[in-house]
Write a protein that binds this ligand. Structure first.
Ligand code: ZN
Length: 183
């Protein structure tokens, strides 16, 4: 089962605003499948295309192995747009496969309304709250070149300096493959 290596802090592709998907090709379908495998292998609940080095507005989510979400079907989300946010905001401790072994509290709206396309280019409009709204916002951030690092305060970044440098140098233990610059 082929899994893709995950790009980590601070590869420039994690900073990129990704290109919308214009048509569903075999390449898009295959990437979606590979992203689901990669996410599952890493025990993740969400993954964006630039985290596997691809410039494409696509993300995958799977909450089915988390408590209380066993019935939530895995999602492949293309060209998403968050249309509305709840006024209520809540804190939650997030992780990110691109920042291994690091967690940070992030305050986000509790509920959202999101529009996206699936791999048949069928349009969906969905309301989400709780963990699904949380993951969707985290992954949509990725597609705009924003990720967990940007939610760390300057103080936290300073405290984590050594750890971040370790991640940057690939000196970090993970249960999933990380992308390495061969040069
Ligand atoms: Zn992430």
């Amino acid at each position: 089962m082929e899994v893709l290596p995950v790009y980590t802090y601070d590869h420039p592709i994690l900073r990129k605003k990704l290109r919308p998907v214009e048509e569903i090709t075999e390449e898009v379908i295959e990437l979606a499948l590979a992203m689901h495998r990669t996410m599952k292998n890493a025990d993740g609940i969400g993954l964006a295309a630039n985290q596997v080095g691809r410039d494409m507005q696509m993300l995958v989510i799977d909450l089915s192995h988390t408590e209380g979400n066993e019935d939530v079907k895995p999602l492949t989300v293309i060209n998403p747009a968050i249309k509305a946010y709840s006024e209520e905001e809540v804190p939650f401790e997030e992780g990110c496969l691109s920042l291994p072994n690091l967690r940070a509290d992030v305050i986000r709206p509790e509920a959202i309304q999101v529009k996206f396309y699936d791999t048949a280019m069928k349009e969906h409009e969905m309301e989400a709250d709780g963990l699904l709204a949380r993951v969707m916002q985290h992954e949509v951030n990725h597609l705009h070149g924003i990720y967990l690092f940007d939610h760390l305060s300057p103080m936290r970044r300073a405290l984590l300096k050594r750890k971040l440098l370790g991640i940057k140098r690939g000196e970090v233990e993970t249960d999933y493959p990380l992308w390495r610059d061969e040069g």
